[in-house]
Design a protein around this ligand. Structure first.
Ligand code: PLP
Length: 384
C-alpha cells in the first residue's frame, strides 16, 4: 500500500463509517409538494386521498389535543380491536406501524441477514428494498413484462437464501394487479420458510371480482403477511399508521423489535373513527371508480400510453421519447402550471409519469394541460 493510501486508510479507520451498503441505498424520493411561483399547487404526486379525510377522523384527531403529554398505548389497543372486529381477525396477530412502511421494515429486520435475499417485482414499491438493503441482504427484482407482476418470474428468483417475497397488489407505481388465482399459485409454489408479504395499500380501489387482498389466505397460512394502510382509502397519510396481519409467531417476533410507541395517540384515535366512517370510504372509492376510466380514456386519446388497467387511485402514463415531448418535459410543463405529478425515473421508468386521481376539476386541469402540452410545437432550438 502506498504512503498516501495508508494515510487515507488510517483516516477512514478514525471515522464512524456506516456498515457496507448503507451509502449505496437510494433514499426514498417523495412526491413533489411545491411548484415554483405557484402558491397553492394541485398535488397529484403522492397517491393521497383527494377527498381529504373523514370529518369523524378529524374530530377524533382533535380530541387528542389534551393528551399530547401522554405516551400512547404501545399496543394500539383501540385500533387493534377495531381492525380485528372489522376484518374478523385475531387481535394478537395484528402488527401496527408508523405507516405500513414500518411494517415492511420490521419484517425485513426480523427475517433478513447478510447473504439472504428478498424478492420483489422489477417495479416493486421503493420502501420494500430500502429495509432489505439496510439488513445487507440482496434484492432480487423479477421482470414485470407489460408492467405486470409475473408469478413465474418471481419464482425464478427464489432460491434457498430467499426469506421474503414482497408483492404490492395493486402495484405502485404501475397500478396493475394480479388476480388472486395467481397469488395463490405463487404461494403454493413458495417454500414454506419464505414469507410472502401481500401489500394491500391500494387494495380497496381494486374492484374487479378476481381481486382479493389475501386476508383469507393469511388466516390459515403459516407464511403470509397482509398489510394495509390508513394513508390511502382513509386519507390519514399525515398520521402515519398502517397494519399487518401475520401468523402469531411472526407478530410476536416483530413485537420484540418494534419501537414501543410507534403509533401516536392522535393516529390511533383518528384511525378508529376512520374505520367507522363507511360513508367516507365509499365516497373515496366512488371518486376513483368515476375518474379512473375517464382519465384512461382521455389520456389515451391524447396518444399517451396509459398502463393498465390501473386498479389503484392513480394511473401510470408513458410519454414519447421525442425531444420536447418526454415525460420530463411534461412534468416541467405541468409543474409550471401548478400541477404536481410524479416522475418515476427512480423506478427505472424515465419515460413515465404517475398521476394520482384527483377531484373533478383537478383531473380536468391535468387533461387540459396535457392536451396543450401534446399539441404544442417543441420550442425551436436556439440558433448556434
Ligand atoms: C404500494 C405501497 N405500499 C405501501 C405504502 C405505504 O403506505 P404508508 O406507509 O403510508 O402506510 C405506499 C405509499 O405510497 C405504497 O404506495
Amino acid at each position: 500500500m502506498s504512503d498516501e493510501a495508508q494515510t487515507l486508510d488510517r483516516a477512514a479507520a478514525q471515522r464512524p463509517l456506516p456498515k457496507p451498503g448503507i451509502l449505496d441505498i437510494h433514499a426514498y424520493v417523495p412526491g413533489k409538494a411545491k411548484a415554483d411561483g405557484v402558491a397553492e399547487p394541485i398535488k397529484l404526486s403522492a397517491n393521497e386521498n383527494a377527498l381529504g379525510s373523514s370529518g369523524k377522523a378529524q374530530a377524533a384527531f382533535e380530541s387528542a389535543e389534551r393528551s399530547l403529554h401522554l405516551y400512547p398505548d404501545p399496543r394500539a389497543s383501540i385500533v387493534r380491536a377495531a381492525v380485528a372486529e372489522r376484518y374478523r381477525l385475531e387481535p394478537e396477530r395484528l402488527i401496527f406501524g408508523c405507516g405500513s412502511d414500518e411494517v415492511f421494515q420490521l419484517l425485513n429486520t426480523t427475517f433478513l441477514e447478510p447473504g439472504d435475499n428478498m424478492v420483489q417485482g422489477q417495479y416493486g414499491f421503493a420502501a420494500f428494498a430500502i429495509g432489505a438493503y439496510a439488513m445487507q441482504a440482496e434484492v432480487r427484482r423479477a421482470p414485470e413484462p407489460g408492467f405486470r407482476i409475473d408469478v413465474d418470474e418471481l419464482l425464478n428468483c427464489v432460491d434457498d437464501r430467499t426469506r421474503l417475497v414482497f408483492l404490492a397488489n395493486p402495484g405502485n407505481p404501475t397500478g396493475t394487479w394480479i388476480p388472486f388465482s395467481e397469488v395463490r399459485r405463487l404461494h403454493d409454489a413458495l417454500p414454506p420458510r419464505v414469507v410472502l408479504v401481500l401489500d394491500g395499500a391500494y387494495g380497496e380501489f381494486a374492484l374487479d371480482p378476481g381481486f382479493d387482498d389475501g386476508l383469507d389466505l393469511a388466516r390459515t397460512a403459516s407464511n403470509v403477511v397482509v398489510t394495509h394502510t390508513f394513508s390511502k382509502l382513509h386519507g390519514l397519510a399525515a398520521l402515519r399508521i398502517g397494519w399487518g396481519y401475520a401468523p402469531l409467531e411472526i407478530a410476536q417476533a416483530v413485537d420484540r423489535i418494534r419501537l414501543p410507541f410507534n403509533t401516536s395517540i392522535p393516529a390511533q384515535r383518528a384511525a378508529v373513527a376512520a374505520l367507522e366512517d363507511e360513508d367516507f370510504q365509499r365516497a373515496s372509492i366512488e371518486l376513483v371508480e368515476t375518474w379512473r376510466p375517464w382519465l384512461n380514456q382521455q389520456l389515451g386519446g391524447l396518444g399517451l400510453d396509459v398502463i393498465g388497467p390501473s386498479a389503484a387511485n392513480f394511473v401510470l402514463v408513458g410519454f414519447p421519447t421525442t425531444p420536447g415531448k418526454t415525460a420530463a418535459d411534461a412534468d416541467a410543463f405541468l409543474s409550471a402550471r401548478g400541477l404536481l405529478l410524479r416522475g418515476v425515473g427512480n423506478y427505472g421508468l424515465p419515460n413515465h409519469i404517475r398521476i394520482t386521481i384527483g377531484l373533478e376539476p383537478q383531473n380536468r386541469a391535468v387533461v387540459d394541460a396535457l392536451a396543450e402540452f401534446m399539441a404544442a410545437q417543441p420550442a425551436p432550438k436556439p440558433a448556434a
